[in-house]
Design a protein around this ligand. Structure first.
Ligand SMILES: CC(=O)N[C@@H]([C@@H](O)[C@H](O)[C@H](O)CO)[C@@H](O)CC(=O)C(=O)O
Length: 291
């Protein structure tokens, strides 16, 4: 059974502090209304890389306290400060997170040996399993098939969150590691990823569009490719509109249209403008409003 995860957003107040009540509302909406299988906490959509260490801890605590054991939880603990990544790996493991994940270290053009050392260090002292977060479009770090193989030599490294449009590599990875967990990260490419045999998907737009994505997964599993294509087309109309309206702030603005207080994005991310707010209302009306 393939799993669908929302990449959890963090509700921020205007001053950049975490809005706990709003973050809890989004968690509840994902569990109770979207009925997702899990949440990816502390990822790009969660604005983890905009956050202070204290805020990361705060969000990890809020998410598991609100979600309890209702859904699967993956905590993204990767950081350019390896000591922080190791600390957070232990912190979330002690909180009870069943999985951790870590983004490839970025910015300093690390060698593969340094990247491998980073992953082995993160998992070394924790009783938990790690999913590599590969997102070359944001990190500039592309791992090759052989490099994934080297990372998988560590039995605690169990899979990849694959946010990459390189489907040749995805096929090679799926074929070479049939027992590893591969979760697709580009929501607009869910259907081709399903065709290549991913185990599920994690994404930002599932916060709003989980039902359609689940229906698409079910149609795919039932062999109804025409229906799956139509659902992907409908999703992509929504995703195109979100991207055109600035996706991260817009996801929160559309959440507000659904009655969920998602707060705002944290600066330097864009703050809502009147045009963006009008755009979000239109997105809600055009693609999400139920009659
Ligand atoms: C670059 C980016 O934000 N990628 C998103 C996608 O869900 C993406 O927003 C969506 O496919 C629209 O392009 C996810 O892969 C990121 C994600 O899951 C995360 O929050 O860590």
């Amino acid at each position: 059974m393939k799993k669908l995860y929302s990449a959890l957003m963090t509700a921020f107040n205007d001053d950049g502090t975490v809005n706990e009540a709003g973050t809890r509302e989004m968690i509840r909406y994902n569990i109770d209304v979207n009925k997702v299988d899990g949440l990816y906490v502390g990822g790009s959509t969660g604005e983890n890389f905009n956050m202070s260490h204290e805020q990361k801890e705060q969000v990890f605590k809020i998410a598991i306290d609100e979600a309890k054991n209702d859904v699967d939880l993956i905590a993204q603990v990767g950081s350019l400060d390896l000591n922080e990544a190791k600390y957070l790996a232990k912190f979330v493991t002690d909180l009870g997170y069943p999985h951790i994940s870590a983004v490839t270290p970025f910015y300093y053009n690390y060698t593969f040996e340094q990247i491998k050392n980073y992953y082995n260090e993160i998992v070394k002292d924790v009783d938990n399993e790690l999913i590599i977060y590969s997102i070359p479009v944001l990190t500039g770090v592309s791992l090759s098939l052989d490099q994934f193989a080297e990372l998988f030599e560590n039995p605690k490294i169990i899979g990849i969150k694959y946010t990459n449009a390189d489907f040749f590599l995805l096929e090679r990875v799926r074929n070479r590691f049939p027992d590893k967990l591969i979760l697709s990260g580009f929501d607009e490419m869910l259907l081709p990823a399903l065709a290549l045999g991913v185990d599920g998907a994690i994404g930002s737009t599932y916060n709003l569009n989980a039902k359609r994505a689940k229906a698409e997964m079910n149609a795919f599993d039932a062999g109804d490719i025409d229906k799956a294509r139509q659902l992907q087309k409908d999703s992509n109309d929504l995703i195109s509109a979100l991207i055109a309206n600035d996706i991260y702030p817009s996801l929160k603005l559309v959440f507000k249209e659904l009655g969920v207080n998602a707060g705002v994005t944290k600066r330097p991310m864009a703050q809502p403008t009147p045009e963006m707010i009008a755009g979000a209302k239109k997105i809600y009306n055009d693609y999400l409003k139920e009659d």
